[in-house]
Design a protein around this ligand. Sequence first.
Ligand SMILES: CC(=[NH2+])C(=O)[O-]
Length: 421
Amino acid sequence: MSGTIIKSARNTPNAPQDLGPYTQSVAFSHYNNIAAQLPVDPRTGKMIEGDIQAQARQCLTNIQAIVQSIGHGMEDMVKVTLFLADIADLDAVNAVYREFFPHSLPTRTVLAVAALPLGARVQMDALLSNGEGTFPQAPCPLLKLARNSDRAPQDPLSSQSVAFSHYNNIGAQLPMDPATGALVDGGILEQAAQCLRNIKTVLESIDVPFDDIVKVTLYLTNLADLDAVNEVYTTFFPDSAIARAVAYLPARSVVSAVALPLGARVQMDAVISHGDGTPPQLVEDRHNLVIRARNTDQAPRSPLHSQSVAFSHYNHLSAQLPIDPATGKILAGCVKEQTAQCLGHIKTIVESIGHVMDDIVKVNIQLANIADLADMDAIYTQYFPAYLPARTVIGVSELPAGALVQIDAVMSNAESTPPQV
Ligand SMILES: CC(=[NH2+])C(=O)[O-]
């Protein structure tokens, strides 16, 4: 599809530019993907001195500088993901976070991870609404819709769902009972079921079917819980008779967190197709909504997710582990070989649906050892020689079967799926 897609990849000197091979913001269609921001002062290119609040303020100042450099404001934010080195820092970060979102709260996902680049204590990435669009969309005034329901857990610092254009974003749902505001009793099975029930409740509150989910990210504090979570997951997906008939499963990524808010063992966030859109799309468009889930035998298949799920002008790719196609097992090799294997799978999936790597707008990378970052980058840049997507890198405590790296991606989808407006 290269050549028909016009992405807008932009950098400003008012935010850090040279911390890795990424573009600060990559806009396509009605969304703009903001690369993870570290607490680095753009004037020195170095981590700032200071406590966790100073670090949080610098991350948000960098995001604000990027957003303002492209004519937007923080009120246009749809989603923020907040990565902490220590979950105990959350209250301190929240106090700063609130200052940057006085009026309109994006959805939010919070997790503590094993390590962040440069030894930072905090990092944040973001998704921005992009009403002006990129070619082939014409600029038009669009409304962002942030909605909350009393029937799902309330979070004073996150909207439950923020819809814009043809997508809706659901903030991370903890296994919280909305009636008590506390975690549900029980173990991982009960917690996983409550996360999914909360997502379902949020969707019902805005009259959106569960199978309109295109991507789910699971955050687990212990990967040994994954089989139990999957057991519950498959009782929720597919949901409707139509989705069961085609065995529809959203794209999916699993992230190993060191800790989650409230001491939860699991949380989940989701990206939703939004057939009715926000104005000027028509509610009637919902009836023509097409979600295109695709798999190729040339890349690892899973009974738990589709390799790629396209809707409207975006396509979501499931996280790719460095699975060796010859053995079906994690490639026995160093991080460079494993990175090439993950990106090789992504390239195969991308090409199987008629796209090229340059159509990718955002990449998320999990490293088992953050010290592998430079080696991973050495391979990464070979896959993006001409243009660099926005990007987020985290160090995780664990990856399945001892893998060293896992990578997922979001891709522009200029051909679109109906409704085409
Ligand atoms: C710092 C960052 N966003 C990256 O991808 O290396």
